[in-house]
Design a protein around this ligand. Structure first.
Ligand code: UD1
Length: 418
């Protein structure tokens, strides 16, 4: 069994280059299916979720190659409108292929995405939005069969919640539909904006009022372009948390500071000094001991991102005073807290609320990742802990952190994988 071994207590200092964003790369790869030709997606991170997306595209009959961080997809002649259960289960976000498959083939068959470690993640919003666009959806024993009688047609759709995945599915299905789609209460995450940039570059007509309304005028077809995936704001937040717990001094390069800005006030409240000397750099100097961060409430963008809460919570474990986290997006996001407790963290969880009472020091222990961001929290905590921590169940981390070990070693962390 592979494990990370972390010897804590070393101050992080130096530069970390930020990779392309997982949550942008996945919908972008799904979007390449709409293009009747070749797309080049640059700055694509090396992640198991990206591999899973490439496997789905190959299964659908696309030519897919990767050279370093560039993935080229030839969707000239895809041949299958169906995703098998094993590929659906591999990655929850395989559901973003639904809109693209329906748009390209007029039909789609897939199964429910695999069970999720963050509590129930229904897809009702995805399906009801697709129905509004003229898709007939039949659900039977876990299989979802979608058909378009004549053609996809634009519609007025209001999402009950600004779901990221449902917004992406509507965008993918509506780009080449007949007529105009108006999507209200759409997600405003930067990854949605990245997807819109790609689609518009391919010839789509999407306008965004910046307040949650997207207007998509259908066009007959899209053509292939080259596009670079935006920088990963959650990876950036994770490395800021990692540097913060060690009293470190860090520079993040090739990042997009404005997309991480909702995380800055908390770190500043904890005593960190953050500057943005250039449009694509973040510099942070942390105090020798962090202070409490008040109350952290996760919200849809531009609020504090749910995915950044776990690494920040790990930092709060060694801060002076008590920090409260309120999770407003997912029901069950605190499974990693029991693992942090093994390291001596003092955390009380009640439903969506976690109260973190900072302790002067954590101790190394054997811990296992429970999910992607929870796994990142364990690594952050391990960097601050006395002695050695062993982290297992690394497949969770491999979904979302490209070269985690190399990035942390590069700034002085004592971390190994074996
Ligand atoms: C995406 C991100 C994930 C992030 C999340 C919230 C990707 C690949 N993943 O996930 O990292 O944590 O946004 O920022 O981009 N919901 C429903 N019905 C639906 C759809 C969603 O009830 O049909 C609920 C979910 O259960 C959840 C909430 O809405 O409680 C948010 O989900 P959503 O925004 O859809 O997240 P994902 O797209 O799954």
């Amino acid at each position: 069994m592979e494990a990370l071994t972390v010897r804590g207590g070393y101050r992080l200092e130096g530069e970390i280059p930020i990779h392309g964003a997982k949550n942008s790369a996945l919908p972008l790869l799904a979007a390449t299916l709409l293009v009747e030709g070749c797309s080049e997606i640059h700055n694509c991170p090396h992640l198991s979720d990206v591999d899973a997306s490439m496997a789905i595209l190959r299964h659908l009959g696309c030519g897919v190659t990767r050279q370093d961080t560039t993935v080229t997809v030839d969707a000239t002649a895809p041949s299958r409108a169906q995703i098998p259960d094993n590929l659906m289960r591999e990655m929850r976000s395989s559901i973003v292929f639904l809109g693209a498959i329906v748009a390209r083939f007029g039909q789609a068959t897939l199964t429910y995405p695999g069970g999720c470690e963050l509590g129930p993640r229904p897809i009702d919003l995805h399906l009801s939005a697709l129905r509004r666009l003229g898709v007939t959806v039949e659900e039977c024993h876990g299989t979802i069969r979608c058909r378009v009688e004549k053609e996809l047609r634009g519609a007025e759709i209001t999402l009950g919640f600004p779901s990221v995945g449902a917004t992406e599915n509507v965008l993918l299905a509506a780009c080449t539909a007949m007529g105009t789609t108006v999507l209200r209460n759409a997600a405003r995450e930067p990854e949605i904006q990245d997807l819109c940039r790609f689609l518009n570059h391919c010839g789509a007509h999407i306008s965004d009022d910046g307040c949650g309304t997207l207007v998509i005028e259908g066009v007959p077809r899209l053509q292939g372009v080259a596009h670079a995936v935006m920088p990963d704001r959650i990876e950036a937040a994770t490395y800021l948390a990692a540097a913060a717990v060690t009293g470190g001094k860090i520079a993040l390069t090739s990042c997009a500071p404005e997309t991480v800005s909702s995380v800055f006030p908390l770190l500043e409240q904890a005593g960190c000094v953050i500057t943005r000397p250039q449009p694509n750099r973040i510099h942070m100097l942390a105090p020798s001991r962090l202070r409490k961060m008040g109350t952290v409430r996760t919200m849809p963008y531009p609020g504090f991102p749910t995915d950044a809460a776990a690494p920040l919570l790990a930092a709060a474990c060694v801060a002076e005073g008590t920090t409260v986290f309120v999770e407003n997006i997912f029901e069950n996001r605190y499974r990693y807290v029991d693992e942090l407790a093994r390291m001596g963290a003092r955390i009380q969880v009640d439903g969506r609320v976690a109260v973190v009472e900072g302790v002067p020091r954590l101790q190394g222990a054997s811990v296992a990742c429970t999910d992607l961001r929870g796994g990142a929290a364990l690594v952050v905590a391990a960097l601050a802990a006395g002695g050695e921590t062993t982290v297992t169940a690394l497949h969770h981390l491999d979904r979302g952190y490209d070269d985690l070990v190399g990035c942390l070693q590069g700034v002085g962390a004592r971390i190994r994988r074996q």
